[in-house]
Design a protein around this ligand. Structure first.
Ligand code: SF4
Ligand code: SF4
Length: 499
């Protein structure tokens, strides 16, 4: 059948610059470039190009430009070119359209409509270069009241996680990302004094040495879970949902289940790793509570137990139930959250923005007087230090970053993770591609990114005249909205600019 799908990208090669080194031929994992010896020319099969920019980045003479194809049809406000191409793809394949990374649709990014306050005249700002700025954060349930004896805090304190920055790394499982990518995240978490997350794919034996900086997930597939897995981790996270694909399960195809991935997941090599959509033992808050306490029991009540949900319409009520069920941390993953693979229809149309869900959850927990019983972590679309800052002001204790960390390593958001052909060695299934990512250089890049963001957070705190993230948390007075409707400001709990 002739394909009616048009190219997504145009490959432009400046022949005066091209030295026929064939670097692009070797670097492209989608086999776009080929050298024709007879013509002494490098040619491109543009229909294979996914816009990963690997060739353009590595071309030594900057001879390559990869541009979006204009794909001009007669203008039609309803039938956008993307929809036409998706229909043609499905007419040819009869299958579900898969994609990788997060939602790319132009839904409102609320962080971009919130502006921060700064001190002027009567409340002097602080200089973070000269004065200590506290960004250390503790995750876990807090007592409703502090009791003092002889000037010291007394009484039982539930288990706490100490983070040196309010930025953690999201769940990304070994198998979905490469060994080197996960190693880089674990090394970065250790160096930064924060946590990374195994995701649902088990915990590779080589990575147990990072145990003080690792959250282990308990997801519906229950891959790789045993007593050791739970007890060696710093925190345990029950995954109910994920922002990129709320309400559905996961599927790691058999070809990505290499012997090492299989060992880590405790399943036979080459078999499909299917994560069911629901946790088959959870059909009520009582069931969730039973699992939370089973995990607490298994870990001697020494580790916080987190519950991660996708941001959906009634997130606030769900979060309230989760806290009452005994969770120490609630994670809310918004509609822009990334993934290795998801049906495009689900990724692009299910869920709500993290900012709205976070604000609603924080308000509900405060109204019910139970906000102290759990920390809030928000994920799904944190792109810069200002997003982290605004998330804290909307009520989060900390954030997860996933996509941003992968971009620091080299990811260009080409959305091809599900193919296993990632040219940057991040989500690649082929060993020759996977080894492209140097874990030590990737660690450096991720550490640099989080350090830079943490410095910027201190600058913003100083500009407001406050010296600790504790004073920023749920401090919505420091936010003003621009260009939002009344109902949006109501949900976010912020005033309009100028008020
Ligand atoms: S990498 Fe650049 S210079 Fe080398 S063959 Fe490709 S386009 Fe030409
Ligand atoms: S991880 Fe690799 S395949 Fe996935 S979006 Fe990034 S560059 Fe593309």
């Amino acid at each position: 059948m002739k394909s009616f799908v048009l190219n997504d990208f145009i490959v432009e090669r400046d022949d005066r610059r091209c030295i026929r080194c064939q670097v692009c031929v070797r670097q492209c994992s989608f086999e776009v470039h080929r050298y024709d010896a007879e013509l002494d020319q490098v040619l491109a099969d543009e229909e294979k190009c996914v816009g990963c920019q690997r060739c353009a980045t590595f071309c030594p003479t900057h001879a390559l430009t990869i541009r979006s194809s204009p794909r001009e049809f007669r203008a039609n406000a309803n039938w956008r070119p993307e929809l036409l191409m998706d229909i043609k793809r499905q007419a040819e394949s009869g299958g579900v359209l898969l994609t990788g990374m997060g939602n790319d649709k132009p839904f409102r990014v609320y962080f971009d409509h919130l502006l921060l306050n700064a001190s002027q005249v009567t409340n002097p700002s602080l200089d973070p270069l000269r004065e200590p700025m506290e960004v250390r954060t503790y995750l876990g349930a807090k007592p409703a009241r502090l009791r003092y004896e002889n000037g010291r805090i007394t009484g039982d304190m539930p288990p706490q996680i100490q983070l040196e920055t309010p930025i953690m790394f999201s769940a990304m499982s070994y198998g979905a990302i490469t060994y080197n990518a996960q190693l880089a995240l674990m090394q970065a978490a250790q160096e930064l004094g924060t946590l990374c997350n195994t995701g649902e794919g088990g915990w590779h034996p080589d990575f147990r040495k990072f145990r003080d900086h690792v959250t282990v997930q308990v997801a519906s597939g229950r891959f790789g879970i045993d007593q050791d897995y739970l007890n060696q981790a710093a925190m345990v996270e029950i995954k109910i949902g994920q922002g990129a694909k709320p309400g559905i399960g996961g599927h790691l195809p058999g070809e990505k289940v290499t012997p090492l991935v299989a060992r880590t997941r405790m399943i036979p090599a080459g078999t499909d790793a299917i994560s069911p959509a629901p946790q088959h033992d959870i059909y009520s808050i009582e069931d969730l509570s039973a699992l939370i306490y089973a995990l607490k029991e298994a870990t001697g009540y020494e580790k916080p137990v987190a519950v991660k949900i996708a941001a959906v319409h009634n997130a606030a009520a769900i979060a309230s139930g989760i806290v009452r069920a005994g969770a120490d941390v609630v994670v809310i993953d918004g509609v822009r959250g990334g993934t290795g693979a998801a049906p495009k229809a689900i990724r692009d149309h299910v869920g709500i923005p993290a900012e709205l869900a976070l604000a609603a959850v924080d308000r509900r927990l405060r109204q019910e007087g139970i906000r102290n019983r759990a920390s809030l972590v928000v994920a799904g679309g944190i792109r810069c230090s200002a997003d982290v800052f605004k998330a804290l002001a909307l009520g989060a204790d900390a954030v997860y970053i996933g996509t941003a960390a992968l971009v620091a390593m080299g990811c260009t958001l080409c959305q091809q993770c599900y193919t296993g052909k990632c040219a940057w060695g991040i989500t690649s299934a082929r060993p020759d591609l996977a080894k492209r990512l140097n874990p030590d250089i990737a660690t450096r890049r991720v550490v640099n990114l989080v350090r830079a963001w943490t410095r910027e957070i201190k600058e913003m705190l100083g500009g407001m005249g406050i010296n600790a993230v504790e004073s920023l948390r749920e401090n919505r007075l420091q936010l003003r909205a621009v260009g939002l409707e009344d109902w949006e400001m109501d949900v976010l709990g912020v005033k309009g600019a100028g008020m």
